[in-house]
Design a protein around this ligand. Structure first.
Ligand code: XMP
Length: 516
């Protein structure tokens, strides 16, 4: 089954990924390539349409991001957005100038040519989002204006050359009718079938994995999180018993997590899982360590050692392992190929994926084309349980970065109890799904309290809950007082060893989500 593809060329706009998402929401597959992608690479995808994204530069800047202008001669339907419009005008012989009156933010656009396919079904005026100072002054031959705003030209077309462009951003939420414009482009102009559904994705991916792997053996590291679980289930669907998953208890998982992940994925979904309880190995490596980075390094190194041992054992049993599954997602793929420079890749150290195994394994990354919410949709279609798909992110070094100071078995046990209460109460209040992460942190601070007639001297626990889109920035969540009250009273009453609960009201930046 072929997949129809719309190619988006990224000129550096903060909204480029949104364009991809808006197109995919129409069940049409889209990929983001850096604007510098060679023409051959674009053509190899046999694109049904091309979108030129916005970007912060001006076409006359010395370092203006440049695509190969020959792509405008391919005859493939093309939509320019903002900088994309300037790029088209500039390279086809028109003129762009710095807008005398810059338009940023909300604006109103009047449609001048209601017959254009791009505006089919839209009213005569549109509320839109503008974010650029430049504007087209002279149009290239063949183009005409199809929309204006108070201060500037807002849309152009050359139907013969099959090129359309708008000055505003149809992909953002602040352009309420933007989805209709995107639909017009992908369906009316590009003629997309809209058949990129979860079922289609699953079928093509499963076929692809089968063809790739043949009779080889595959291993996959499970973390219990959404990505590795969905990746494993997809590969399992493709090759069944040729896949062995490795799930390591590093001693700093949540309470009962080691059992519940096995139950969900082995018993409910039939995965072949080797579950290794290496808690003691990890905890002995963490003894006496208080520095956060040292904790991360020791856990990372130990994980690789344990994984390597298991992989070697599996290789002996199966006659060799050839492939490793990784749950890489599309945002990581875009970031690593992006033209935006290092400032955009702050999170790379968080990707614990890299496993420098002694054996040379080839990679299977079944999710590398998907955004997180799409992974969840696929997981749902695969019949995976909601408590796997809806799970909040959990860091690789687990509770170790939530136990400030030394990680000891006693402290892990205390934090597991407190954490379980936080999660349970947030779930009971119906807030779990809308919160990005909610958890407890164990502080190495002892305070005095009273319990009945007894004086207590015990640990302090911080509760943290944040809203976030992607973990890069976050706002602390104003949890309802009632929920905070229940969490606090349950922790103090039920967890012996903690007698004080505080709430963290720090956003990121300047804080981070984790305390270490
Ligand atoms: P911070 O604390 O940097 O966290 O604001 C951002 C996101 O990354 C997660 N995180 C980690 N994930 N290994 C991981 O796999 C790590 O060392 C790590 N540190 C932070 C954190 O939970 C949040 O989602």
């Amino acid at each position: 089954m072929d997949t129809q593809t719309i190619v988006i060329l990224d000129f550096g706009s903060q909204y480029t990924q949104l364009i991809a998402r808006r197109i995919r929401e129409q069940n049409v597959f889209s990929v983001v390539l850096p604007c510098t992608a060679p023409l051959a690479e674009i053509q190899a995808l046999n694109p049904l349409g091309i979108v030129l994204s916005g970007g912060p530069s001006s076409v006359y800047d010395a370092d203006a991001p440049a695509a190969d202008p020959a792509l405008l001669k391919l005859g493939v339907p093309t939509l320019g957005i903002c900088y994309g419009l300037h790029f088209i005008v500039h390279h086809l012989g028109g003129k762009v100038r710095s807008g005398a009156k810059r338009e940023y933010g909300h604006a109103e656009v009047t449609i001048e040519d209601s017959a254009t396919l791009l505006f089919a079904g839209l009213p005569p005026t549109l509320q839109v989002w503008m974010s650029h100072g430049d504007e087209a002054e002279e149009l290239p031959a063949g183009f005409h204006r199809i929309a204006i705003s108070a201060n500037a030209l807002a849309g152009i077309e050359d139907a013969e050359r099959r090129i359309w462009a708008v000055q505003f951003h149809p992909e953002v939420h602040h352009t309420p009718l933007g989805p209709q414009l995107i639909r017009n482009f992908v369906f009316n102009i590009c003629g997309a079938a809209g058949d990129w559904t979860p079922a289609h994705f699953i079928q093509t991916t499963v076929e692809g994995i089968r063809a790739k792997v043949g009779v080889g053996h595959v291993i996959c590291g499970l973390s219990g999180g959404v990505d590795s679980s969905v990746a494993a289930v997809l590969v399992h669907k493709a090759i069944g018993s040729q896949l062995t998953c490795i799930f390591v208890n590093n001693g700093v998982l949540r309470k009962n997590e080691f059992q519940s992940v096995q139950k969900n994925l082995r018993e409910k979904l039939g995965l072949n899982i080797v579950a290794v309880d290496a808690s003691e190995r990890f905890l002995s490596k963490l003894a006496g360590v208080t520095d956060p980075e040292t904790k991360r390094k020791r856990i990372g190194a130990e994980f690789i050692a344990v994984f390597d041992d298991e992989a070697t054992r599996i290789a002996k049993q199966t006659g060799g392992v050839d492939w490793l599954v990784q749950g890489t997602l599309y945002p990581d793929v875009i970031e690593s190929s992006s033209v935006k420079g290092p400032s955009q890749t702050i999170k790379s150290h968080h990707n614990v994926g890299g496993l420098p195994l002694g054996m040379k394994l080839k990679l299977i990354e079944p999710l590398r084309d998907l955004f997180k919410d799409e992974v969840r949709r696929i997981g749902r279609d695969l019949g995976m349980p909601e408590d796997v798909l809806g799970r909040q992110p959990f860091p690789g070094p687990g509770l170790a970065v939530r136990i400030l100071g030394e990680v000891t078995p006693e402290r892990v046990a205390l934090l597991q109890e407190a954490d379980e209460i936080v999660v349970a109460e947030i779930k009971a209040a119906g807030l779990y799904a809308e919160i990005w992460q909610s958890f407890a942190v164990l502080l190495p601070v002892m305070t005095v309290g009273v319990m009945g007639d007894q004086r207590t001297y015990a640990y302090t626990c911080a509760v943290r809950a944040v809203h976030s889109e992607d973990g890069m920035t976050a706002d602390w969540t104003p949890l309802p007082y009632e929920v905070l009250k229940r969490i606090s009273s349950r922790i103090v009453n039920e967890v012996r060893g903690i007698n004080r609960v505080v709430y963290d009201i720090t956003s990121k930046p300047p804080g981070t989500i984790e305390w270490e």
